[in-house]
Ligand binder design. Structure first.
Ligand code: ZN
Length: 296
């Protein structure tokens, strides 16, 4: 499998101890991760809001990789992992040979929040042979993601919100199948909630709903469900296949995508809820204004 993890993905979505294999061809990508000097957008657990983080140059440690980096990259008078003007052929070969010489290399990376330098994200990478993994991270992936999903408390019951965050926590600790179980429960909850709403509608025709397959259930509830869910109802099939047939590894790989699908469904619910709240508030205000105008 080709190495295709971006810096942001490595920091924000990859669980620790998951080794990614790289080849000579992957050197630019690996160097970008090891020596990244740019910015990342991410939740700050101190600010309690999204923020931008800057990479601290060369971090602490990273030796002797930093030396290798300086030798091969800065030799071409290029600062940072921007490869224009560098003799790429030699640079890639040099770094590849150094990384895969049989030693263990540890690299520490530090990122600081733009709002306050004391707010940090700290990462430890390990390179072993032709494999690289994150072997340490603070704040944990679960904490970074946890705050990210807080807004969904408005559209999930307390119990389901906790299950959602448990699923994310499990995936960030490398438990893929278990994480899928929680996501599937969220999905089923959304269907059940729509069904309860539909049943109370005078136009609802049940047609033995509870014995239908999930795909048919979703179609018959399409007027009561977020459009994104109806269009992407195969998410349920993926979740079920994950629980019954797929390996931990495959579940972990696709977890971020399925999670994003669930988030899009919840985003749509959130949007609807906020719209309803605004409509209600506007109606009340307009009635007051109207009444006050009539009084004059
Ligand atoms: Zn901050």
């Amino acid at each position: 499998m080709a190495f295709s993890v971006s810096v942001e993905d490595f920091i924000l979505n990859t669980p620790i101890y998951r080794f990614e294999e790289f080849t000579y061809e992957d050197m630019p990508n690996v160097a970008e991760i090891l020596f990244y000097e740019g910015i990342i957008d991410c939740y700050c657990v101190e600010c309690k809001r999204n923020s931008t983080f800057h990479a601290v140059k060369n971090g602490r440690g990273g030796y002797p990789l930093v030396e290798i980096y300086n030798t091969y990259v800065n030799a071409g008078n290029v600062r940072g992992p921007h490869f224009a003007g560098v003799d790429l052929q030699n640079w890639k070969q040099g770094l590849y040979d150094s990384l895969t010489n049989g030693e263990l290399y540890f690299v520490n990376k530090e990122f600081t929040c733009t709002r306050d330098e004391e707010h940090k994200i700290v990462l430890n990478y390990l390179v072993k042979g032709n494999k690289i993994a994150k072997v340490g991270q603070y704040p944990s992936l679960a904490d970074l993601n946890q705050l990210d999903i807080r807004k969904y408390r408005k559209v999930l019951s307390k119990e389901k919100y906790l299950e959602f965050s448990k699923g994310i926590g499990l995936s960030s600790h490398g438990v893929g199948v278990g994480a899928f179980v929680y996501l599937r429960r969220i999905f089923e909850y959304l269907i059940q909630e729509a069904y309860d709403k539909a049943k109370s509608s005078p136009d609802w025709v049940d047609n033995d709903f509870s014995n239908k397959r999930m795909d048919e259930k979703i179609l018959s509830l399409k007027d009561f469900l977020p459009q994104y869910l109806v269009e992407n109802r195969k998410i349920y099939g993926i979740l079920s296949k994950g629980i019954h047939e797929l390996s931990e590894e495959v579940c972990l790989k696709i977890f971020p995508h399925v999670k994003l699908g669930i988030e899009l469904i919840l985003d749509e619910k959130l949007y609807e809820l906020e719209r309803e709240e605004k409509l209600k508030a506007t109606k009340v205000t307009l009635e007051k204004i109207h009444a006050s105008l009539l009084d004059d």
